[in-house]
Design a protein around this ligand. Structure first.
Ligand code: SAM
Length: 608
């Protein structure tokens, strides 16, 4: 049971609503501050103090405009908001891109409705307050402000008195009888949700709010059970994800996984300029806006009257549908013109084509993927986007650098468990098992060592390796990076150069990682409104014997396997990556397929 079941219920209070008391107080304060600031700005000029100005941009379908207007923004609210959340989709951010700026200033773009543009940043109440504020009601408003100030003083006094009164201990946990009853009937999701929120409150103020005789773990166990019921996770995965955050942040994370991320496209600068593309799409009835100041090529699509994946511009390769988070590893890789770059796990090519565009079709990008079927979409994207500096290969990437080495930069956008993209693939909630979090990191480690060994430490412009996953699990991220640092002392972690993202964990549930692991970056749906993502950037300082190693996937597999067995990580039921065995299976199924299509699999010209 998950979102679908949840959606059938009447809307329970949101987490924010539950925490409403404090926030309401803050927002009242900021509203007052804003009203006061605004009332000051309406006074004769000499009395006013300059209010902070910000620029914002938006392209809307209704009036086909891209707007670039100065506007008074209540400074205090923005700061509060930014402190709380740092979305990658900042429409208030100043547009850095001169090209786009030109377009915004151009005659064909009419100014759009200001209210519509800024609404997401402020509460309706705030807008209402501002509207009310004009010359005729100034006096009344100032009286109202005085009254409110008095009320606030009273509230503060009450609060002071209340702090001396012990808070009542909430009875949140169900009794065994209540649990039995709950188990015998379909869950009441409103009850479950309310209980989750109440448990979070207790966990945050355990000493004050916990029922006497109840332990922290009793609360946590009930919370985890409720998370499974409400959001539809297996107990194993719910706990794994829960452990990454504080209880309240964990709920935010689970909530965010129920909501789709914004649709975004990346302009293919090999064929188009963002402002031209934006104009063409707007003319077709697409409502869009630049993603944020951190990217000059991204557009966020709000709604569209045409299918975004089938416009003439799409078919001509002027853009690609790409999640905002996927821009990040390529930006960290920072490809330079005329370099030789390897994209080890490249299909379907979102990042390869970005690399190629950043290199302006110079140098050479080797786009590899071990899955032959997936290389078809990789090739199709490379063709559509006009990448002429790209070579596609189909190796197990652990074969590198045996196949070819000495690259200036390598991107390893590794296969992963997908715990960062649950909003896209809710199957992850139930499909991932403990074994996945042993097997997948085990492959990721081997791939990362291969990535490091494939780079030329003496590259004049590069010597860079970027490792990324769309998972939030520490086993697939910090633990893999830390393993690589130990195994390859000839690399060190460097700043990703990304202006946003949370630092990677340097310790986690008793595990200690190298202090430099804090240079890696984590992204979460609830903090940045992007897919959960991880980015690490290494610099290779000098070459090592491994660079010359002719060990392929099989040898690396064997070495990693014996290491795993030694540490007791690998058990009997551990998957075997036996490529000979796989080859046989693949051949048999290929032959069966040919037969089904009426082709003789033993004919001479058939290549298996
Ligand atoms: C996260 S996806 C890559 C997405 C791609 N970078 C993009 O931006 O479009 C991971 C890819 O790794 C490939 N893969 C899995 N195991 C591999 C291996 N041993 N060697 C090379 N590629 C592998 C999968 O086929 C899959 O296409």
């Amino acid at each position: 049971m998950g979102r679908k079941a949840k959606d059938k219920q009447s809307a329970p209070p949101s987490y924010e609503e539950f925490h409403g008391i404090q926030k309401e107080r803050n927002s009242k304060r900021s509203r007052r501050a804003k009203a006061i600031e605004n009332s000051a700005s309406k006074k004769p000029k000499k009395e006013t103090s300059p209010s902070p100005k910000k620029k914002s941009t938006k392209v809307t379908r209704d009036n086909l405009d891209i707007e670039e207007d100065d506007q008074d923004l209540p400074h205090v609210d923005l700061e509060e908001l930014n402190a709380a959340k740092k979305s990658l989709f900042e429409d208030s951010a100043e547009e850095d891109d001169d090209d786009f700026q030109d377009a915004l200033d151009a005659d064909e773009f009419v100014d759009s409705d200001e209210d519509e543009r800024e609404k997401p940043m402020f509460s309706d109440d705030e807008d209402d307050d501002l509207e009310e504020l004009n010359a005729t009601n100034m006096e009344a408003l100032s009286r109202k402000l005085d009254e409110e100030q008095e009320l606030e003083a009273l509230e503060a006094e009450e609060e002071l008195v209340q702090t001396n009164v012990p808070e009542p201990r909430a009875i949140v946990l169900p009794t065994p009888e209540e649990k039995e009853l709950e188990a015998s009937q379909p869950p009441d999701l409103t009850v479950v949700r309310t209980r989750m929120i109440e448990i979070v409150k207790v966990l945050e103020k355990f000493k004050i709010l916990a029922q006497e005789g109840k332990s922290r773990s009793q609360y946590v166990d009930q919370l985890l059970e409720d998370i499974c019921t409400y959001f539809g996770y297996t107990p194993f995965l719910a706990e794994k994800l829960f452990n990454l955050f504080s209880p309240s942040e964990a709920i935010e994370f689970f909530e965010a996984n129920e909501i789709a991320r914004p649709v975004t496209v990346r302009t293919n600068t090999l064929k188009a300029r963002r402002r031209d593309l934006a104009q063409k799409l707007v003319n077709k009835g697409v409502n869009l806006q630049p993603i944020g100041k951190w990217t000059k090529v991204g557009l966020q699509i709000f709604d569209s009257q045409v299918p975004i994946g089938a416009t003439p511009e799409y078919l001509a390769g002027h853009y690609i549908l790409q999640a905002a988070s996927s821009f990040l590893p390529v930006m960290a890789l920072d490809p330079q013109e005329n370099e030789r770059i390897l994209d080890m796990a490249a299909a379907p090519g979102g990042k390869t084509t970005f690399i190629s565009a950043m290199m302006k079709n110079t140098g050479c990008v080797f786009a590899n993927d071990s899955n032959k079927a997936r290389t078809k979409s990789l090739i199709a994207n490379i063709h559509r986007l006009g990448c002429r500096n790209t070579v596609v290969s189909n190796y197990d990437a652990r074969e590198f650098p045996k196949v070819i080495g000495g690259f200036d930069r390598v991107l390893l956008d590794a296969p992963c468990s997908g715990t960062g993209v649950i909003a896209k693939d809710s199957n992850v909630k139930v499909a991932r098992t403990e074994k996945d979090f042993i097997q997948i990191p085990y492959l990721q480690r081997q791939l990362l060592l291969s990535a490091i060994d494939s780079v030329n430490a003496n590259s004049r412009s590069g010597g860079i390796i970027v490792y990324s996953t769309c998972s939030v699990a520490v086993e697939e991220n910090e633990a893999v990076v830390n393993y690589a640092l130990k195994k390859r002392p000839n690399v060190r972690l460097v700043d990703t150069g990304l202006t946003i993202g949370k630092p990677g964990f340097t310790s986690y549930r008793g595990m200690k990682y190298h202090p430099s692991v804090n240079l890696t970056r984590r992204y979460y749906p609830h903090t940045y409104n992007v897919d959960g993502f991880f980015v690490a950037k290494f610099k290779k300082i000098h070459s090592s014997i491994h660079d010359e190693s002719k060990a392929g996937a099989k040898e690396k597999e064997a070495a990693a396997r014996s290491e795993g067995a030694e540490k007791g990580i690998i058990k009997d039921d551990f998957a075997h990556f036996d490529s000979d065995e796989d080859k046989e299976l693949i051949e048999t199924s290929f032959k069966r397929n040919l037969k089904r299509r009426g082709i003789n699999p033993n004919a001479k010209n058939i290549q298996l």
